[in-house]
Design a protein around this ligand. Structure first.
Ligand SMILES: CC(C)(COP(=O)(O)OP(=O)(O)OC[C@H]1O[C@@H](n2cnc3c(N)ncnc32)[C@H](O)[C@@H]1OP(=O)(O)O)[C@@H](O)C(=O)NCCC(=O)NCCS
Length: 339
């Protein structure tokens, strides 16, 4: 077991969440976030994660008890046709009695030496301050783009005069309608063929195969997503994942064939139509790629200047990995923990 002294009383070590008791972690989580760990979400996020063997959890120990923890989720990125091992930082917490002692800074220092590319998103001001202090850089551009479908109804909704329509969202014909959009229930080999074909067309893009997509969007216990493929000549040319929460719609994930001249515009327009007819009054898309942002702008989205504080630590390639305009990061349903 690797041990590093931070103060005479505090040390850190890796934690095997598959075999060690979770009681201490759970009570620290409750103290930190004021709520019990949702067992079904934990099971999905950690145990059923397709990369479960690659997840790294590090804990800080004082007087034989756990007083801090942070986790690194594998999140590989294809950059210039080379798969780069990257991680996403999640579930960082320090016991309230042990804060501002440098514990989290030390845990991040340890993982920085082991993992050359680490991303963080959605962190609170304290955590963001820590990231800046230890050399994380903002990934830019990283603001949310929003399209307002009906500002009067949105205002009425705010004062509770208007409420979202209830019931199932509209069914899209599964006969490859005008633009060829069909609902997809599960990701499979057809998606993998598409992803391998189109990914090299992007300067950089996170690696997400069908197994990962099924885990992220279909197996998730606390969210419901709507997935559509657009097909042409029997082959997929774009894939989009959307979510609707009351009057807010979001484009959560989108990937398209850059050889298709009318993409991603056709898919964005399809999303706007689908979400509007499902009751959405506004649509959000968080995305970094220059082309996608330009296309969103052409289609009525405006930059609302709010950022999820997306940042990266990659000492041997800061300029590459912080260049969001060239790497296609997209995720927009409020989850801060996944790319
Ligand atoms: C955020 C958190 C993990 C920080 O852990 P910590 O061990 O207290 O942090 P450290 O002592 O290593 O702080 C290192 C630096 O980070 C910054 N920092 C940490 N907490 C801060 C806070 N609350 N406000 C402002 N800056 C803060 C400071 O620059 C600090 O250096 P300093 O103490 O010399 O000023 C801890 O406060 C926590 O568990 N908060 C609740 C859970 C949470 O918000 N987790 C992050 C969600 S993504």
């Amino acid at each position: 077991m690797a041990v590093n002294n931070i103060t005479p009383e505090v040390s850190w070590r890796s934690f095997d969440f598959r075999s060690e008791p979770l009681t201490e972690l759970r009570s620290m989580y409750e103290l930190t976030y004021g709520a019990k760990v949702d067992e079904s979400v934990w099971e999905w996020k950690y145990v059923k994660n397709p990369d479960v063997g690659g997840i790294r959890m590090i804990v800080a120990v004082a007087d034989k008890r756990i007083v801090g923890a942070t986790t690194r989720m594998p999140a590989d990125i294809l950059v210039n046709n080379e798969v780069r091992k990257a991680y996403f930082n999640v579930d960082s917490m320090v016991h309230p009695d042990f804060r501002r002692l440098g514990i989290m800074q030390s845990l991040y220092g340890y993982t920085a030496s082991m993992m050359p590319i680490q991303y963080s998103k959605g962190t609170n001001p304290g955590m963001y301050g820590l990231l800046k202090k230890i050399g994380y850089r903002d990934v830019l551009p990283n603001t949310f783009m929003v399209k307002y479908l009906s500002i009067p109804k949105l205002l009425l909704n705010k004062i509770r005069v208007y409420s979202a329509r209830t019931g199932a969202p509209p069914e899209v014909r599964d006969d490859c309608g005008e633009k060829g959009f069909i609902r997809a229930e599960r990701f499979g080999p057809e998606f993998d063929e598409f992803r391998s074909r189109v990914s090299p067309g992007f300067g950089g893009v996170p690696v997400k195969d069908s197994e990962r997509m099924n885990w992220r969007y279909n197996a998730i216990p606390h969210r419901q997503y709507h997935v559509f493929y657009r097909k042409k000549g029997g082959r997929i040319v774009s894939v989009v994942v959307m979510r609707i929460k009351e009057v807010s719609g979001s484009i959560v994930d989108i990937l398209w064939d850059r050889a298709e001249g009318d993409e991603p515009q056709s898919t964005i327009r399809f999303c706007a139509g689908f979400l509007k007819s499902s009751g959405a009054l506004k649509i959000t898309c968080w995305a970094t790629l220059d082309d996608l942002r330009a296309c969103l702008r052409r289609n009525g989205f405006i930059d609302n200047n709010e950022t999820p504080r997306f940042s990266v630590f990659a000492p041997n390639g800061m300029d590459v990995f912080a260049n969001g305009g060239k790497i296609h990061f997209v995720e927009g349903d409020g989850d801060s923990e996944y790319l």
